[in-house]
Design a protein around this ligand. Structure first.
Ligand code: UD1
Ligand code: UDP
Length: 382
């Protein structure tokens, strides 16, 4: 029997981190030929992930330009994918999550009548413009996809409410699989700035902020609140690996550079980031991925957004919504840093997003879909 040719398409840092363990799993299957097509919507941040997980791209569209627009990302991906799909003729294309690469990859597969598997399917905020453009990207991919790999039961319920019930699997999130390979108790940092931190004397507040809907006034409020939290808590050190987006860079330099106990650093390789998170006291972020990783590591998270598509850890009590207003962020940040009981209520490890076996379930589901396996994989249940 011919091998199934499964092509994973991704382009940004979070997609790469979450697809890496799946690509590895697919590579390990005898009946599968795994191909990796990167759009390189992110260049340096993608390459860093490829290095950490030892991945090599079979095709590289190399589309990134500084300050790229949503239209240029999408159109360049579509044009580039034409040639890739025509030459490689995959049996299925896998896309991940909700980026512009995700949407364009799925659309291109549809144009070529190649079935699509959507990894991290069924997340929703029901607000078209928040997160922007991700909520629309993932809804559009739902219309195109044939297989849906939902991290949680809640994600499956979201799809069911939209009438999508066929080809749906609850697998857990592959990010937990990734985390299991990167976090180690005896890990030694290779980034100089992380070795300079005094983890005994200072509580580390790990910060990231990059979302498009936070550009402008929300980012000003978030960053000034972060600056003041660092100023008002002398045993705290705020560590912020700044995303390479020029908009984010400009804001971070304007509001945070030179502020006391604030360390702005370059984006970290994924293994460095995960191990820093494991040693941090608190995480403040507008990232999607960090909302899944930090709870697994027992770290409280304050979300710097108005909404979340990841309510599971909020319900479990380890993630709280701080919003994008200066007063709320300052108050909630200070409370967690000063009220030990409030902190302890949030600081416990929960794993609503996975058990580290999501990739095995996804690969099994693909083989089952193509009639190469008799047993349908059982759903993940926390
Ligand atoms: C993208 C995704 C977002 C995801 C985020 C993860 C879209 C529309 N947005 O947003 O869902 O949360 O990635 O980080 O798909 N840049 C570099 N080098 C890099 C990466 C980025 O220089 O390695 C700069 C470039 O100037 C680029 C800009 O950052 O134009 C923005 O990148 P882009 O992918 O358009 O948007 P993100 O905000 O990163
Ligand atoms: N991350 C990283 N280095 C950094 C910042 C984040 O490796 O300097 C990782 C983080 O641990 C998570 C992923 O990148 O696995 C999240 O990516 P990002 O916040 O860029 O995107 P989002 O998840 O919001 O789409």
């Amino acid at each position: 029997m011919d091998k199934l040719r499964i092509m994973s398409v991704f382009g940004t840092r979070p997609e790469a981190i979450k697809m890496a363990p799946l690509v590895r799993e697919l590579q390990s299957r005898e009946g599968i030929e795994s191909l990796c097509c990167v759009t390189a919507q992110h260049r340096q941040m993608l390459d860093s992930v490829m290095d950490v997980f030892g991945l090599k791209a079979d095709c590289d569209l190399n589309i990134m330009t500084p300050s790229q627009t949503l239209s240029t990302i999408t159109s360049k991906c579509l044009v580039g994918m034409d040639e890739v799909i025509e030459s490689k003729k995959p049996d299925m294309i896998l896309v991940h999550g909700d980026t512009s690469t995700t949407f364009a990859g799925a659309l291109s597969a549809f144009y070529h009548k190649v079935p699509v598997g959507h990894v991290e399917a069924g997340l929703r905020t029901y607000d078209k413009y928040s997160p922007y453009p991700e909520e629309m990207n993932r809804k559009l991919v739902t219309q195109i996809a044939d297989l849906f790999f939902c991290p949680t039961q809640n994600n499956r319920d979201n799809l069911a409410r939209e009438g999508v019930t066929e080809g749906v699997f609850v697998t857990g999130n592959t990010v937990i699989d990734a985390l299991k390979t990167t976090v180690r108790e005896d890990y030694v940092f290779s980034t100089g700035a992380l070795n300079e931190l005094d983890y005994e004397k200072r509580r580390i507040v790990l910060v990231t902020c990059h979302r498009r809907e936070n550009y402008g006034e929300p980012m000003r409020c978030i960053m000034t609140a972060l600056r003041d939290i660092a100023a008002q808590n002398e045993d705290v050190e705020l560590v912020y690996p700044v995303h390479l987006s020029p908009v984010v860079h400009e804001a971070a330099n304007k509001y945070l550079a030179g502020a006391p106990r604030v360390r702005l650093i370059d984006p970290l390789p994924a293994d460095e980031m995960h191990n820093l998170m494991a040693r941090a006291y608190l995480v403040m972020t507008d990232s999607g991925g960090l909302q899944e990783e930090a709870p697994a590591l027992g770290k409280p998270v304050l979300v710097l957004r108005r909404e979340t598509e990841r309510p599971e850890a909020v319900e479990a009590g380890t993630v709280a919504m701080a919003g994008v207003r200066y007063d709320d962020i300052l108050r909630m940040g200070n409370e967690l840093l000063r009220d030990r009981a409030a902190y302890e209520r949030m600081a416990h490890a929960v794993n609503p997003y996975g058990d580290g076996h999501a990739c095995r379930r996804i690969a099994d589901a693909i083989e089952w879909h193509f009639g190469r396996r008799t047993e349908k994989p059982a759903d993940f249940a926390p």
